[in-house]
Design a protein around this ligand. Sequence first.
Ligand SMILES: Nc1nc2c(ncn2[C@@H]2O[C@H](COP(=O)(O)OP(=O)(O)OP(=O)(O)O)[C@@H](O)[C@H]2O)c(=O)[nH]1
Ligand SMILES: [Mg+2]
Length: 216
Amino acid sequence: MSLPFPVADAPTPEAEEIGRKLFATGGEFLKGVVAMSGMPPADRLEVCFAGRSNVGKSTLINALTGRKALARASNTPGRTQEINYFTLADSHYLVDLPGYGFANAPVAVVAKWQALLKAYLAGRPSLRRAFVLIDARHGVKSVDEEIMTLLDRSAVPFQTVLTKADKVKDAEREQALNQTRAALAKHPAAYPELIVTSSEKGWGIPDLRATIATME
Ligand SMILES: Nc1nc2c(ncn2[C@@H]2O[C@H](COP(=O)(O)OP(=O)(O)OP(=O)(O)O)[C@@H](O)[C@H]2O)c(=O)[nH]1
Ligand SMILES: [Mg+2]
C-alpha cells in the first residue's frame, strides 16, 4: 500500500520543459495590495504562497522565476506586509503573501494584514491552488493548521511544500514529512502529493514549476 501524501514523482521531461518555458519569462511585479478592493482583475490562473513568517515564501518565488530580488526576501520575519502580485507570461499570477504566526511589528498592524490574508484566502474566486509552505526543520504548527482549516472551509485546494530542505539531515526531513502527513490527513482540501524544496540548492524547483505550468 502506498503512503498517504507521498512526495510527488519527478515531472515527466515534457512537463518539466513546459514549466521551464513558462518560468523562463521571469515574471514581473504587478502591485502590492493592502485591501481586497485593490485586487487586480481575476482574469488568469492564480496560485499563492502562504506560510509562517520566514518559511521562505518570497525566496521560493525568486527561485522559481530565477530572479534574485523579484519578491523581496529577508531574514527579518514579517518582511512581506502586503499581498504582492507578480504576473507570469500574461497567463498566471503568482501571489506572495505576508507570513502568519509571527511578526516583528505593532499589534494593530499585524492584525490588519492577518485579516487581509484571511479575506484573500477565503474570498478570491480565481485562486486555483494555495501552496502552503512548511519549514522542513519545524513541521506543521498550530497556526498552519488554522490556515489549512480556513482553506478547507473556503474550498480552496492547497498543496504542501516543504522548504529549506538543505538545512536538515535526511532523518529530520523524514520526521517532518511524517508529522506533516499526519496533520494533512485531517484536511479535506489538502492535495494528495507533497513537494520538497530548497531554494538555496534548487531542489524541487523544476518540479514546482512543472506543477504550476501544467495545472488545469
Ligand atoms: N538555507 C536556506 N535558506 C532559505 C531557503 N529559503 C529561504 N531561506 C532564508 O530564509 C529567510 C526568510 O526567507 P523569506 O523568503 O524572506 O521568507 P518569507 O516566508 O517570505 O518571510 P515573510 O515575508 O516574513 O513572511 C531568508 O534569510 C532566506 O534566505 C532555503 O531553501 N534554504
Ligand atoms: Mg516574504
